[in-house]
Design a protein around this ligand. Sequence first.
Ligand code: FRU
Length: 482
Amino acid sequence: QNKPHDYRPKYHYTAPKNWVNDPNGMVYLDGEYHLFYQYNPFGNVWGHMSWGHAVSKDLKNWETLPVALPEFDNADGTQTMIFSGCAVIDSMNTSGFFEKGFTKGMVAIFTSHIEGKAQHQSIAYSADKGRTWKRYDKNPVLDLGMKDFRDPNVIWYPEKQVWIMTVVKPLEYIAQFYESKDLKKWTLLSEFGKQGDMTKIWECPSLTKVPVEGSTETKWVLMISSGHRQKDYLAMQYFVGDFDGKTFTPQKQNEILYVDEGKDFYAAIPFNNLPKSHAKPIMIGWINDWEYAREIPTGDTWRGGFSVAREFSLKKTTDGLRLVQQPIIQLKNAQKAAFSVKNKVVDGTYEVPFKGEVFDLTLEIQPQEAKVVTLNVFQSQGEATAIRYDANTQELSLDRTRSGQVNFHPRFSSVERVKVPLKDGKLKIRLLADKSILELFAQDGEHALTEWIFPTKNEGGITLTSEGGKAKITTLSVHTVR
Ligand code: FRU
């Protein structure tokens, strides 16, 4: 049996101890990428929500810093928790919180949550790169007198020289857009909602200007963490459209699109203030699903983790614009694969001569005569996670029913499927594996599936099987990850 600590990922950020959920306040400043996150400083289940903090110089290696914004007590004996939100760099000191001419002020905009009573939006500021914070003495800055009103995400909108906030009324499936000149006084611009996937409440919205591949165009993407109607669990949906500084208009009415088809990618938000050297926006998501998040068997120390940073853009397809995602990771040796093979015909089972639990695998395969092609990873006696392609239905699936520990929650054991048409007769997948986290991408980032697995053995075998005829591996390469 694995000991619980064996599940800790090597290149995905996890907090040294305790519970985490949503990424918050992701922002770049002065050579540092900041990842704040929903954090319980006192235990490894949800509670006492505060903002934890980690920084990175390269989006790959993270250093944990002390809690940035802790839960606090109110005069009437209630507590205010710091729920999800964002951070911006107020380089023109629009808020007036900083000294004249100071360009590096950081402002956090978050939901102040008073259990059972209220949710409103509040702000705090830091003049030392997010290390120490002061809460604004006139909080909240936006209050509708509602119990459910949360997750503000703010961007700078240069055309109007204003800040734009997207925030949700979760139970009403409504995202609202507000503008402000100083981050303190907010004016409602418009609402968008009552469409798309409404099978679960709406949380953690974000509005991002996104480049369209192979053109100089940009479009706006509105992401919402909500549900997946075919699968009845939590997932992120997105809308592609235009934003004119006031209203968001989707490219098509009633189009339902998902960011990730796995069970464990939620509450992702993009970075603010990225340097020009990044041509594309970058997001990080929480790896977990509220249904069983509290019960994942990672032991007594830590619970929950974050995806690797993902660059995203839009691609033109015959159905309209679609999201594509590319992971940003650091290979041990980008030039030299730990194992690779080219143009190999598989008829039956091929045992890949590489074993591991921490790797980056790329497979390009032509199913040819095969009806089903299966890549088994984390394989050992009686156990494997199966990534399967069914050539008849053109479905790619991630099957964790035999992946190891699955019985800790009735909804964990599952097979997730997504339609992935072949391209020139080929399927291309990239699998980031990291102890207990799998991030699967297909057809150059056009599809993503992210999931936890909890193997009970450490054998890390990999096999590839073809059923119903021969298949041809064009390329298979495995890299180790730093
Ligand atoms: C999403 C969420 C947010 C909220 C936070 C509380 O996972 O429910 O809506 O701000 O978690 O921890």
